[in-house]
Design a binder for this molecule. Sequence first.
Ligand code: AMP
Length: 338
Amino acid sequence: MAQAKKYKIATIGSHSALQILKGAKDEGFSTIAVCKKGMEKPYKMFNVADEIITVKSYKDFSKIENKLIKQNAIVVPHASFVTYMGFEEVEKLKVQYYGNKKILKWESDRTLERQWLRNAGLKLPKIFKKPKDIDRPVIVKFHGALGGKGYFLAKNEKDFNKKIKPYKGKKYVIQEYILGVPLFIHYFHSSLTNETEIMGFDKRYESNVDSLGRISAKDQMALPNVDPSYVIVGNIPIVVRESFLPRLIKMGESVVKESKKLAYPGLFGPFCLETVLTPEEDIVVFEISARIVAGTNPYVEGSPYTALRYKDPMSTGRRIAREIKNAIKANNLKKVLG
Ligand code: AMP
């Protein structure tokens, strides 16, 4: 505890910051939330931040970096952190940073990401390079700020050509549409013990796709615009069929093993495999997040899985802080910083 007091945990006020900062306080650290002007309220209301630093824009993060360095802060990244700053900017940070920055490139580039996941032996959705190759239902995804907003489904080339029209000039990928249920798997890999843990599972609550089932097909046909979109609104906890666990654990371990070859010392800390589980029991991975995902937010007090493993209520945020504390105790902080 005393040693933790020499360090502070900092993150950007968004995404999973409530959980990260609360977890850090539970482990005895002081905390700093870096908030965009107007976004401070939740971090005050829920009393998770000992200090709030306000910036005009997240792009100004580098301007307050020295303030963090002076306070001996360790920055914990989350998805919004990397999205707002861009992975190249994150790579340049001088402040202490939890995680391996070298892995960011591998998840930011869809081609490299696929290479990583495929080499780890995971099943991936087929990618169609050209619209004329489409021979089954596909989901068309856009890069960058559009997020899940403009995604559309297409059943063949003609359908694709019609639906792509409003998105002229935008970069996209045509991916096989996997029919099944979404399952987001939350892992934590310890670089201190070299063990991969399951932290929990979730599925996303997305607008409007999660509402389409409430309207009959007949009524959907009558509406002018019922194309599904995937704008994320929240996350819903899941407990999986127990017999799936050995496979799910192995998938996480394989991803970590492969990452060591790509960007030494490899992936560590929290990460997530975003999958669709089919009726044939195939687990198809459509994306990896190499850091904490917002799907862990329902588990501020821990998940059914962390309850099995830990005496304390262990959120993923707290697990990060505990890892940092263990590294400090072992005089091996280098092992968790990148
Ligand atoms: P993404 O932006 O890649 O995380 O995807 C947004 C949402 O689209 C996910 O939460 C899934 O519900 C859905 N999705 C993405 N890729 C596929 C796929 N290949 N097959 C089926 N559904 C998918």
